[in-house]
Design a protein around this ligand. Structure first.
Ligand SMILES: *[C@@H]1O[C@H](CO)[C@@H](O)[C@H](O)[C@H]1NC(C)=O
Ligand SMILES: *[C@@H]1O[C@H](CO)[C@@H](O)[C@H](O)[C@H]1NC(C)=O
Ligand SMILES: *[C@@H]1O[C@H](CO)[C@@H](O)[C@H](O)[C@H]1NC(C)=O
Length: 181
């Protein structure tokens, strides 16, 4: 095998490894309700138990609420972050954050590991437009994930994750170096 072909293989190998590593821990955008155009509408589902319970939310992930079809929906519905008390009483009198931008495509980044409470204004909270999301610390890297599927305590998890990534990076470059030599 000549040198240029070997170089190409090494480059492809390193590039694909880097892409895999990026995909591993990239922030995820979650489409609320599972669809992009009409995921956030009244009486669709229990967003907390029917949708959020089947997703894993990590710090840095995004939520996306789509309600632009049919067109009238973007004027009727909205998204607010509220506290637990206002969530329970469906009140938008003192929202923590007004997420609605008017286009029926709203996004919000989940920056902290805590419960988040979201509701629609206009009384539609009473018709099921409410969502609770529990955000976790970043998970351990895939190699370090326990087979039970439950995550270790956050501090242990992140340090395990860090060392797993570091050893992953190291082995990639060690392999690449071995190929080049
Ligand atoms: C939705 O599910 C959650 C979690 O099971 C439950 O606490 C809540 O009462 C349900 N909401 C409605 C409107 O049924
Ligand atoms: C929320 O923000 C949108 C876009 O800036 C605005 O049109 C709307 O009036 C706001 N709603 C409230 C209740 O402040
Ligand atoms: C989350 O953090 C990013 C970057 O630090 C910041 O730009 C953004 O405004 C934050 N989002 C919220 C909803 O606080």
């Amino acid at each position: 095998m000549d040198i240029s072909r070997r170089r190409l293989m090494v480059t492809v190998f390193i590039a694909s490894s880097l892409i895999m590593m990026l995909q591993c821990c990239d922030a995820v955008r979650h489409n609320v309700g599972g669809t992009k155009n009409d995921g956030w509408i009244p009486n669709k589902m229990n967003y907390t138990s029917d949708w959020a319970a089947h997703e894993q939310f990590y710090v840095g992930d995004w939520l996306y609420w789509g309600y632009y079809e049919p067109r009238i929906n973007r004027q009727l519905y909205s998204v607010f972050e509220v506290n637990k008390m206002d969530y329970d009483s469906c009140s938008t009198d003192h929202p923590l954050y007004n997420i609605s931008r008017g286009g029926g495509r709203d996004v919000y980044q989940l920056n902290q590991s805590r419960p988040y409470y979201f509701i629609s204004g206009g009384g539609f909270c009473w018709q099921g437009m409410k969502l609770t999301v529990f955000v976790q610390e970043l998970p351990p890297a895939p190699a370090a994930a326990p087979s039970t599927g439950s995550y270790a305590a956050p501090s242990t998890g992140s340090s395990a994750s860090l060392s797993a990534s570091l050893s992953g990076i190291f082995s990639i470059f060690a392999t690449a170096a071995a190929l080049v030599v």
